[in-house]
Design a protein around this ligand. Structure first.
Ligand code: ZN
Length: 245
């Protein structure tokens, strides 16, 4: 298929990709997108003292299910990497890493914002990709639903690509297949890539809830149902499943 951010000919199937894979809906869809178009796909997760380790557990389940249920992709799924970024947790005063309520700050950004988080993620991903001989780096960032996170913007990622290529004297390509999609369109992309089985996998096994709730089941998956991440996910599912008029 033609991906939303395609600007050139598709890479040769032998090309390797590294997907920043948190275990959420967006990065799970990005992982499928990468498996659909690259010959070998490795995954990278970061452990930086999140309040909930549930995301990291979801990563393993999603990878296992992809291997078991999608034989065409199974041969392409390479190693998983986890990097500990404890310093990021130390620097954060936000609801993601402390037991604080999720709220909007005076500057309009949610207090879940970890300053510079995606810049650091991209830098560590590029350092790993360099060592692994990987050219393509896939990030699930999105400007459409970006919750005000400035490091999810298209311009930020483009600037990072330039900085990384200059600073490491190489030629990475940073892919952001979800950049201009809303959450409903992200579900449609999952359906286009892997049909109903992939939609069901992402719905049931990916995790978005800021509170780490895996006990309440909703039509859109597990979560508390009231935090901003759950509300965004529910709204996207509603848009995806609503009958077209
Ligand atoms: Zn929630």
């Amino acid at each position: 298929m033609i991906a939303p951010d395609d600007r050139s000919a598709p890479p040769a199937p032998a090309d390797k990709a590294l997907v920043l894979f948190s275990g959420g809906q967006d990065s799970a869809t990005c992982l499928a997108w990468a498996l659909d178009r690259f010959g070998q796909v490795e995954t990278l997760g970061f452990d930086y003292g999140q309040r909930h380790v549930v995301e990291l557990a979801c990563r393993a389940t999603i990878r296992d299910r992809l291997l078991a249920d999608f034989p065409a992709w199974a041969g392409r799924l390479g190693p998983d990497h986890t990097l500990a970024l404890a310093a990021l947790g130390q620097l954060s005063e936000t609801a993601l890493t402390r037991d604080a309520e999720i709220a909007l700050q005076a500057d309009g950004l949610p207090n879940t914002f970890v300053p510079g988080r995606n810049l650091l993620f991209a830098t560590f991903a590029a350092a790993l990709a360099y060592r692994r001989g990987v050219k393509h780096i896939v990030l699930g960032v999105c400007e459409t639903d970006y919750s005000g996170y400035p490091d999810c913007r298209d311009d930020t990622i483009k600037a990072m690509q330039v900085a990384l290529n200059l600073g490491m004297q190489t030629r990475f390509v940073l892919h952001t297949p979800l950049m201009w999609l809303d959450k409903a369109a992200t579900w449609r992309l999952a359906e286009a890539l892997g049909g109903a089985p992939l939609v069901a996998l992402v719905r049931d096994e990916s995790h978005s809830c800021y509170r780490g709730d895996r006990s309440h089941r909703h039509p859109w998956g597990f979560g508390c149902g009231t935090c901003p991440a759950c509300e965004l996910r529910a709204k996207g599912w509603e848009g995806y499943t609503a009958p077209h008029v």
